[in-house]
Design a protein around this ligand. Sequence first.
Ligand SMILES: Cc1cc2nc3c(=O)[nH]c(=O)nc-3n(C[C@H](O)[C@H](O)[C@H](O)COP(=O)(O)OP(=O)(O)OC[C@H]3O[C@@H](n4cnc5c(N)ncnc54)[C@H](O)[C@@H]3O)c2cc1C
Length: 464
Amino acid sequence: MTAHAIEADAVSTLAADFAGELVTPDDDEYEQARRVWNGMINERPALVAYCTGVADVRTAVGFARERDLPVTVRGGGHGVAGNAVEDGGLVVDLSAMDEVRVDPEERTVRVGGGAQWADVDRETQQFGLAVPGGVVSDTGVAGLTLGGGLGHLRRKYGASCDSLRSADVVTADGEFVVASEDRNPDLFWALRGGGGNFGVVTSFEFDCYPVGPEVETAFVWYPGEAARDVLASFREYAVDAPREVSALPFYAWVPEIPEFPAESWGGPAVAVLGCYAGDSEEGTDALRPVRELADPIVDLSGRMPYVELQSMLDEDYPHGRYYYWKSVYLDELTDEVVDKVLAHADDCPSALTTIDLWQLGGALAEVGEGATAFSNRDAAYLLNYEANWDDPRETEVNVRWARESVEDVRELDAVRGQYVNFPGMGEDAAEVAYGDSYDRLGAVNAEYDPENVFRGHQDVVSDE
Ligand SMILES: Cc1cc2nc3c(=O)[nH]c(=O)nc-3n(C[C@H](O)[C@H](O)[C@H](O)COP(=O)(O)OP(=O)(O)OC[C@H]3O[C@@H](n4cnc5c(N)ncnc54)[C@H](O)[C@@H]3O)c2cc1C
């Protein structure tokens, strides 16, 4: 299938029944339209369909199916593996469907399938409310939620998918179905962590919680030579940390910006980014130990608007840079894990890279394993190798470094699974990413997408 496989006549016929914009390789907008956030991804779809609503989504999916075109779905375009676009395929782009409507009395919010977290935070914060999202504001609500969703509120209010009340879905045969605890509950179970394997989610309905408008945060950077002590002390702190605290220690290299002393620039460091989802005075006390793990290079902690925290990391992840992110879950942060992480950091080829240790537990672990497709709920940490680099000639060495680091750490007993939203390029078996949910996801796929039109974050194959 080439990028020019769709005849112009067919596109004109489609356009008559389609309210949004259609972009083919012949259009000036095509170069922009075929791109996603990760500069590594260089696919040439045959058609990008910018949908304005359910009608467009049904029309686009039907058109693709009549012609046997691969269908991909683009929510926020931040899928690290780039599955939102495919050579010769039809992209169901939802970016125009970004409406957000809060019901402050019911404490719920209705969110379009192409919204970003910034859209949701902006509206919900008008009422002092928030949905647990991710930590970068231009990430898509859809992909993040369908894969689980971990952010600054995770230990207090759970994963994004745990706040999902219902979803509107267009299935492969063009049916419109609502999924909730009461309606199509098997589909509802699968959407919460099972990736985009079952249809196009055109709208999400979430519960919201009182958060902000200001929150207490910790953001403190320690020298790399203190990393072992910092991580050992953090581990002790984490055992009894209140669930309001969600913290994320990460290994990094000091950015060359004025907030850091010039003599530290470019040197190795271990930083801890944390948030307290509750009363700010209590948060100051609860986060103090995180700020006293060693002598810091710099301590940027403080109280800030929740929306500012949510967008604080945005500039570190520009569109078009090269990215490869791959994760494992940890039962505990053992000395062996720390030894390996520090050795991998020593070998790391890019100073833009980070090695992240997401503290888990709290509300995440209180939802029963198997209650949603999102699994590994009892893990203590998520370890993510976030390889980031600018020069395409360094792609091979960076990808190899991240892959080999993951393979190496997988030898340890404390290590298992993978987070669907940090899947490398999706090269591992889907069983690794979906864990114990894999078989049941196959059964749901057989019911809602028997011809496997949607291949999601990572493909789940029908068991029939
Ligand atoms: C800068 C950055 C920061 C991140 N931070 C976090 C974080 O803090 N926490 C976290 O948990 N994850 C995080 N992630 C990972 C993120 O959750 C995934 O990359 C997620 O898939 C992005 O969703 P998207 O809608 O933007 O991506 P897209 O590329 O649009 O979608 C990814 C996949 O989701 C499916 N999909 C998307 N929209 C729909 C839809 N409406 N209906 C059906 N299927 C759909 C498709 O299969 C698509 O291939 C981050 C990623 C990036 C790039």
